[in-house]
Ligand binder design. Structure first.
Ligand SMILES: NC(=O)C1=CN([C@@H]2O[C@H](COP(=O)(O)OP(=O)(O)OC[C@H]3O[C@@H](n4cnc5c(N)ncnc54)[C@H](OP(=O)(O)O)[C@@H]3O)[C@@H](O)[C@H]2O)C=CC1
Ligand SMILES: CC(=O)N[C@@H](CCC(=O)OP(=O)(O)O)C(=O)O
Length: 345
């Protein structure tokens, strides 16, 4: 199988290549760039090593469609909504890491992303790739919309509670933190060293573009869910997301029941690991891996459940989940090319 990566000079794209170069069913990866064609990808990223195939090529839809079976987009908003339809029309499967096809309602996308949406026909065709909860649909996807990093951590943490209607529908609060690689490779004032180092910042308060993506999935699971409070913070670390989630339980629920529920919910999901009672995951415990680790508890005093969900934003939150989805789309073992332990410390 031949794969194309558009946006390979970015953090998400080069992570896709890092995993695919050792994938058992992928023969070749070709890399494309809108600004650096003619140069070697290893000039930008020496860590991946040199290979002639990784000469960055101009984005030429006909050439890509005649060479590749699947195309990954790891590009900023607005790129895949233009280019992906041209590939789909030519019979090529697309896996999009951007938010262009995630929101089904055009007006919601335009409000939160402040830009024009993709064509409605493709929004309807796109399958949302939260692998653990959408495998049946993903199997038949031609256009796969990979979830955002914060939504992945948040939705995996909330799914057992919301799907089983255990929490008050208007009580969900998510306090989320991300490492700086979540903002991509492009330098900016907000992400340069002196702004981030020894600092902790809240940003996009009540205005983060991942709010409607999370609510869309939650209301699919339980139509009574009300708008959530969702806050994002930038932390002086390179990788990692921690979503700390609070919700009011409808009834008292012993911690051991909660843990059993989470373990049962994810029994067939090799990349979700549930901590024992009283234990909570840290971002380093998933660093560089495709795992989502979850800890959960109940506070009898307040009647609230606390869930802590951690991922590596570039792996389970982007490239790793995208490859997990490729595996499901192709009927391969879901873990192909992805089963390795996190790096620690
Ligand atoms: N970073 C993260 O943790 C996550 C990112 N995402 C999403 O994945 C996508 C990629 O993110 P990330 O890798 O971090 O971003 P980066 O900024 O690191 O990389 C994006 C790449 O897109 C390419 N690009 C820019 N403009 C265009 C264009 N007009 N046409 C084609 N290619 C273009 C650039 O490469 P070149 O100039 O060579 O073409 C650039 O290297 C984004 O949509 C992001 O929101 C999703 C989940 C997590
Ligand atoms: C730390 C940081 O800045 N993170 C980014 C994640 C953006 C992202 O992944 O964007 P889409 O999912 O919308 O494509 C943010 O909070 O906007």
């Amino acid at each position: 199988m031949n794969i194309a990566i558009i946006g390979a000079t970015g953090y998400g794209g080069v992570e896709v290549l890092r995993f695919l170069q050792h994938h058992p069913y992928v023969t070749n990866c070709f890399v494309y760039s809108s600004s650096q064609d003619g140069t070697l990808l290893s000039d930008s990223f020496p860590h991946i090593g040199e290979k002639d195939d990784w000469l960055l090529q101009k984005i030429d839809i006909e050439q890509i469609a005649s060479t590749c079976d699947v195309v990954f987009f790891a590009t900023p908003p607005g790129v895949s909504s233009e280019l992906a339809p041209l590939l789909i029309e030519r019979g090529v499967k697309v896996i999009d890491l951007s938010g262009d096809f995630r929101l089904k309602d055009r007006t919601v996308y335009e409000k939160w992303y402040k830009r024009r949406t993709a064509q409605p026909i493709y929004l309807q065709q796109a399958i949302y790739g939260l692998t653990e909860w959408n495998r049946e649909q993903i199997k038949n996807a031609e256009l796969l919309s990979n979830p955002g990093c914060y939504p992945t951590a948040t939705l995996l943490g909330l799914a057992p509670l919301v799907r089983n209607r255990l929490v008050e529908e208007d009580s969900i609060i998510v306090d989320a933190k991300s490492g700086v690689s979540g903002a991509g490779r492009q330098a900016s004032l907000n992400t340069h060293f002196s702004e981030v180092n020894e600092n902790l910042k809240i940003y996009k308060v009540n205005a983060h573009q991942h709010i409607p993506e999370i609510e869309q999935m939650l209301t699919d699971w339980n139509e009574h869910i009300r708008p959530i409070t969702f806050s994002t913070h930038l932390v002086p670390m390179t990788r990692g997301i921690m979503a700390t989630i609070y919700a009011k339980a409808k009834n008292d629920v012993p911690v051991n029941h909660l843990i059993d529920l989470y373990k049962t919910s994810y029994a067939s999901s090799p990349f979700v690991r549930i901590r024992k009672a009283g234990q909570f995951p840290a971002t380093k415990e998933v660093y560089g891996s495709n795992y989502c680790d979850i800890g959960v508890t109940y506070d009898e005093r307040t009647g609230r459940i606390t869930v802590v969900s951690v991922i590596d934003n570039l792996v389970k939150g982007a490239a790793g989940q995208a490859i997990q989805n490729l595996n499901v789309m192709m009927g391969w073992d879901e873990t192909s090319g992805l089963l390795f332990a996190p790096m620690y410390p």
